[in-house]
Design a binder for this molecule. Structure first.
Ligand code: CP3
Length: 349
């Protein structure tokens, strides 16, 4: 099917036969790895994202060090609003901040309508170099935030507890909200198409903040834009993964928006979801990220539990239910990967 030496991840996304369940970890290129921190010590976060050599280096680190079955391009969802003209600060210990958030029509007018192949060319250059340096060992995943999750950051300006500002926007100025969401959707579709064109073997859309919306609002302000994006992505057979955190409802609807894979957080039961969505999509997940704080025996038991909740057959990609936490011991991440590799074989015989 491909020249990839290990294509288990892609086969699992397409619900094809695999000898064992593949695993990768959200945020696998990150601060829990001393090797990442050593590179990061030399450059600030955005400079790292904009320097293909550094991107390639930290993207490949988890493939070498913890032996995952796929690489995910090191970058951030917030490079899109940054390219649209929003000044982005990555403050130590505080997370990302946009000092001038978008709250009014006049603010929104300042947003540039970008062509990702120009303004985000540095990401595509990083894709090319990473592909080259990966030497086809494992597939490369590209990603974007969903329009809703990007809008949340653009309006709040930073992480938030109640998401008051973005909620005020959708309730008081729906038209403006839809206008920005629509603009973001077109950019994201072009961006993900360009990543695939440049060599990404799959793409994931992160809807980290989908779960702060009511069911009705989730459909109106998030899901329908993701569906639109998926229909616009130019691809051959590259899988699209949709990860939405905190969504427990309308899974049949979620399974019908054109994504090949649904990413689940750790509060869901893989087996139950599998029953509901049948064989429409593959499932990715969903160990609680904090289980990696436990000892290895506990991690092993929990690995077995997640594998058995999906059960026998194809269409499972092992992952955490959200990103790996920065203070996790890398030895535990390595152990998890080995446990999945050993313990999953019995589900594919
Ligand atoms: O998965 C990977 O290894 C690829 C890299 C990746 C990063 N960010 C690197 C990063 C990915 C896929 C993201 C996506 C991302 N970024 C999301 C969606 C996924 C999720 O976790 O919900 C969100 C919401 C962001 C926004 C963002 N970027 C936050 C909230 C933070 C600060 C908190 C944190 O985890 O550090 C970032 C910074 C960031 N993005 C870092 C990394 C490695 C840490 C930066 C540093 O080195 O200081």
């Amino acid at each position: 099917m491909s020249e990839l030496k290990n294509d288990l991840f892609l086969r699992a996304c397409k619900r094809q036969d695999v000898e064992r369940t593949p695993i990768w970890i959200m945020r696998q290129a990150g601060r829990y790895l001393p090797e990442y921190r050593a590179v990061r010590a030399k450059a600030d976060f955005l400079t790292m994202c904009q320097t293909p050599e550094l991107v390639a280096e930290v993207t490949i680190q988890p493939v070498d060090i913890i032996e995952v079955d796929a690489a995910i391009l090191f970058s951030d969802i917030l490079v899109i609003p940054e390219a649209m003209g929003m000044h982005l600060e990555m403050n130590e210990g505080e997370g990302p901040v946009f000092p001038e958030p978008i709250r009014t029509i006049d603010d929104a007018k300042k947003l540039k309508n970008i062509d990702p192949t120009k303004e985000l060319k540095y990401v595509l250059d990083a894709v090319s170099l990473t592909k080259k340096n990966l030497k086809n060992r494992v597939p490369l995943i590209g990603f974007s935030g969903s329009p809703w999750t990007l809008l949340t950051y653009m309006v709040e300006g930073k992480g938030s507890k109640n998401f008051s500002e973005v909620k005020k926007l959708i309730y008081n100025n729906q038209e403006l909200a839809h206008n920005i969401l629509d603009k973001l959707s077109n950019i994201i579709a072009d961006y993900l198409s360009a990543k695939i064109e440049t060599g990404c073997n799959a793409v994931q859309i992160f809807d980290t903040w989908g779960g702060i919306l009511s069911q009705k609002d989730f459909e109106e302000f998030s899901l329908r834009y993701v569906e639109k994006i998926i229909s616009q992505i130019k691809r051959k057979d590259e899988p699209v993964i949709f990860f939405a955190k905190g969504i427990h409802y309308k899974l049949d609807k979620m399974a019908s928006i054109g994504a090949d894979v649904l990413g689940l957080d750790w509060t869901m039961d893989l087996g139950e979801v599998r029953k509901q969505v049948g064989d429409k999509v593959a499932l990715q997940g969903n160990m609680d990220p904090t289980v990696l704080y436990a000892n290895k025996n506990y991690i092993k038991d929990e690995t077995k539990r997640v594998l058995s909740s999906f059960g026998k057959g194809n269409g499972h990609i092992f992952n955490l239910g959200h990103g790996i936490l920065p203070d996790v011991d890398p030895e535990n991440a390595k152990a998890l990967v080995q446990f999945v590799k050993e313990e999953s074989k019995i589900y594919h015989s």
